[in-house]
Write a protein that binds this ligand. Structure first.
Ligand SMILES: Nc1ncnc2c1ncn2[C@@H]1O[C@H](COP(=O)(O)OP(=O)(O)OP(=O)(O)O)[C@@H](O)[C@H]1O
Length: 222
């Protein structure tokens, strides 16, 4: 089954075209790696897939539903990790995760498992506003994967993590159907099935990963 189907998807902010003419399919179980320089349209695409932004052009289907029109039917099956951690800053990590666990009917035991997995058990009962950037990111990853989503939408998921933390977090976000925005060319390519390169909001590269070299991806940044 197709997890994502995009047909000529575009989006503008006022006069500025952020995304145009994106047509692609991602099959269930595949990873789409998205590359492109700052402002290329990567986050705009991810937000459309997350049902947070309406495309102004074309049709976007996620897990079989048109978004954002039928977004209600897929939102609970998505795991979104954007630039913002989407955590309540005055609550602790554990309280934030309990809130999400209740929403998604997830047993609380999974919260401890995840906090352990990302090395956050000792700080889990401190308010989120006392966390370092890396701690925020670890907690945000826990939130994104808590309900075992059918599709992970990840915007630079290892940003701000030290190598030890990155090694802890990576296994939690390394399987299933995924869209991953990355600036790490080698790592991003290694885990991709399909590669999308954006330039100025347009498709500059769209190939199966086996047909793409690191030099092809680096060319997007010059
Ligand atoms: N809310 C907004 N209002 C106006 N313009 C916006 C808005 N959000 C994004 N844009 C513009 O849309 C274009 C694409 O932005 P987008 O955030 O999708 O890029 P990106 O590839 O994710 O960049 P980065 O690597 O810096 O995160 C840019 O020109 C940006 O300035």
């Amino acid at each position: 089954m197709r997890a994502i189907e995009l047909a000529d998807v575009g989006r503008a902010y006022g006069e500025r075209i952020a995304l145009a003419g994106v047509t692609l399919d991602v099959e269930e179980g595949e990873t789409l790696a998205v590359f492109g320089s700052n402002g290329a349209g990567k986050t705009t695409l991810l937000r459309i897939l997350a049902t947070l932004l309406k495309p102004h052009h074309g049709v976007a289907r996620v897990l079989g539903k048109q978004v954002p029109r039928e977004g209600w039917a897929v939102r609970g099956r998505l795991g979104f990790l954007g630039h913002e951690p989407l955590l309540y800053r005055d609550l602790t990590a554990r309280e934030n995760l309990r809130f999400h666990a209740r929403l998604h009917d997830v047993p609380f035991a999974r919260i401890d498992e995840l906090l352990d997995a990302v090395g956050m058990r000792l700080r889990a009962d401190d308010p989120v506003h006392t966390y370092s950037r890396g701690m925020l990111q670890r907690t945000a990853v826990c939130r994104a994967v808590l309900h075992e989503p059918d599709l992970l939408l990840l915007d630079e998921p290892l940003a701000g993590l030290d190598p030890g933390a990155a090694a802890l977090v990576a296994p939690l976000i390394s399987s299933g159907t995924r869209v991953v925005i990355s600036h790490d060319v080698e790592h991003g390519l290694a885990e991709a099935d399909l590669v999308l390169g954006l330039r100025g909001g347009r498709v500059a590269l769209l190939e199966r990963a086996g047909a793409v070299t690191p030099a092809d991806v680096r060319a997007l940044y010059v």
